[in-house]
Ligand binder design. Structure first.
Ligand code: HEM
Length: 492
């Protein structure tokens, strides 16, 4: 009787309206902000700010409007954005243990599944990070191997530049050169710049970084279950990661064939030994899969970041020839032409150091850092951020903070020089982020940048193709990279 009554009065339209009202009310109830939650743009129900861009330029505009702590909602996920040197310092350094976890990012979780260093949390992260730092240092700095390996690679790099007749895209050599340093640490050997498989793997890596910034990739993070069935760039990204992982698995397989636990040759050997040692502690995550994803972390993070910074550096040198001349004058004065640059030269080359730092500041290659998550209820800037909330730290807003930098929009090595022309550190220099999750490859990256940069400028002068106006506009994606360009080299 009741069902008959309902059927008579509830036609299809009424049912649909009813469902919509139900969904809306559920959404409003479920996603209600707690008191004092950071403000943000109006969020349409159900989808939230899914159409708001996630690039750093959009986030900077939102910060101007809503302040240094604001929030945005994609789907049902809320993210708090933190901007400006003072607020970022408070979040990462003063409140050291508040934002040291990673959220689950569906795009990366699909492949990493919480393994490795950069996307893991808790005990696994602690153990994997500690192991990575200790062994990168052991196979690099402590044994002085690293300096030699970068010097040797600089010779290959300069030779490759010399062999190019006309204008060329330096990325074809910078990526393999930089990658070879991390490969030497991980696998105990480098690759030839014409090694097909190596070049393909590097290409998958470059493409993965670009794809990770695509609209599909961002939508995947909001509607992962739906987009799993939709073709598009995100599927290509997953495929690229699998291809890179395959390359790494092959290296691991070869290592296992002639592995001698008493004489570790490189990072992989040491990790295999750690797997034996930690057999009774499976929670620490030392197994073959974790080795693949830790090496994927180091291979990926250790290649694209430093190579992109080098591309910015050469671009700035072409754009500002007077600055290039001053670097070369310092190289001639301190090193000369008869020997290779060494790490000890760094202390005597304040201008070159300032130029490299300014390149990192302006290059701003990871504008929004890596995503974070509040590990406990925290109050920041008077706002309440509940445990579990996703947090994005705008490194870009720190590197461009008007109250910290004299001329934030201009390439100005003077930012890092005192009145006497000596190098001066700046607190707001945070391209490697800060706090518990800060970049563990910073010492390695800084050595590479100094030795590659000085070796190239010792041997060459860089200029643009005749008649070509170079653009300093970055290509927005997961990283902020210069657009492709070609350069001319004249031997000095
Ligand atoms: C110019 C070069 C580089 C820049 C600008 C850079 C920048 C960064 C940034 C911004 C983060 C995120 C930190 C955070 O979440 O607060 C990071 C994390 C990381 N970087 Fe780098 N990086 C560079 C080179 C390297 C190199 C050479 C390696 C490898 C040896 C490396 C390995 C890592 C790893 C493993 C993490 C994750 C750390 C964790 O989650 O605990 N990076 N890097």
């Amino acid at each position: 009787m009741i069902s008959h009554y309902l059927l008579e009065y509830l036609d299809l339209n009424s049912c649909l309206i009813g469902i919509c009202i139900f969904l809306l009310l559920t959404d409003i109830f479920k996603n209600k902000n707690p008191p004092d939650f950071p403000p943000g743009p109006w969020r349409p129900p159900l989808v939230g700010n899914v159409f708001t861009g996630v690039d750093y330029k959009t986030t900077e505009k939102l910060a101007e409007k809503y302040g240094d702590v604001y929030s945005v909602r994609w789907g049902s996920e809320k993210t708090v954005f933190i901007s400006g040197y003072k607020m970022v310092k408070e979040a990462l350094i003063t409140k050291l243990d508040s934002f040291s976890e990673r959220p689950v990012i569906p795009l990366f979780d699909k492949v990493y599944k919480g393994r490795g260093v950069s996307l893991s949390n808790g005990y696994v992260w602690k153990m994997q990070r500690k192991f990575a730092i200790t062994h990168l240092r052991y196979f690099g700095e402590a044994k002085k191997n690293l300096e030699m390996s970068i010097q040797q690679e600089s010779v290959f790099l300069c030779d490759a530049f010399k062999e190019e007749g006309g204008p060329f895209n330096p990325q074809s050599y910078l990526n393999p050169a930089v990658s070879n340093i991390i490969c030497a640490l991980l696998f105990g050997h480098r690759f030839d710049y014409h090694d097909e498989r190596f070049l393909k793997t590097l290409y998958f890596n470059i493409e993965a970084v670009i794809l990770a910034g695509s609209t599909h990739a961002n939508l995947y993070n909001v509607f992962p279950r739906l987009l799993d069935y939709v073709p598009g760039p995100h599927q290509r990204l997953f495929n690229n990661y699998l291809k890179i992982a395959e390359f790494l698995r092959d290296e691991i397989r070869k290592h296992k064939e002639d592995w001698d636990p008493s004489a570790p040759r490189d990072y992989i050997d040491a990790y295999l030994a750690e797997m034996e040692k930690k057999k009774n502690d499976p929670e620490a995550g030392f197994n073959i899969d974790s080795l693949v994803f830790s090496t994927l972390d180091l291979f990926e993070a250790g290649t694209e970041t430093t190579a992109t910074t080098m591309r910015w550096a050469l671009l700035y040198m072409m754009k500002f020839p007077q600055i290039q001349k001053k670097v070369q004058a310092e190289i001639d004065r301190v090193i000369g032409q008869s020997r290779q640059p060494t790490l000890d030269d760094r202390a005597n080359m304040p201008y070159t150091e300032a130029v490299i730092h300014e390149t990192q500041r302006m290059g701003n290659i990871i504008p929004l850092g890596f995503p974070k998550r509040a590990c406990k209820d925290t109050t920041l800037g008077g706002y309440f951020i509940p445990k579990g909330t996703a947090v994005t730290i705008s490194l870009s807003s720190v590197l461009n903070d008007k109250s910290e930098w004299e001329t934030p929009d201009t390439f100005n090595p003077g930012h890092f020089l005192d009145d006497q022309g000596q190098f001066r550190k700046r607190d707001a220099f945070m391209p490697f982020s800060a706090g518990r999750r800060s970049c563990l490859g910073e010492p390695l990256a800084r050595m590479e940048l100094f030795l590659f940069f000085t070796s190239l400028l010792q041997q060459f002068t860089f200029s643009p193709e005749p008649g070509v106006e170079l653009s300093l506009e970055g290509q927005l994606g997961f990283t902020n990279a210069p657009g492709p360009y070609r350069l001319c080299v004249s031997p000095r």
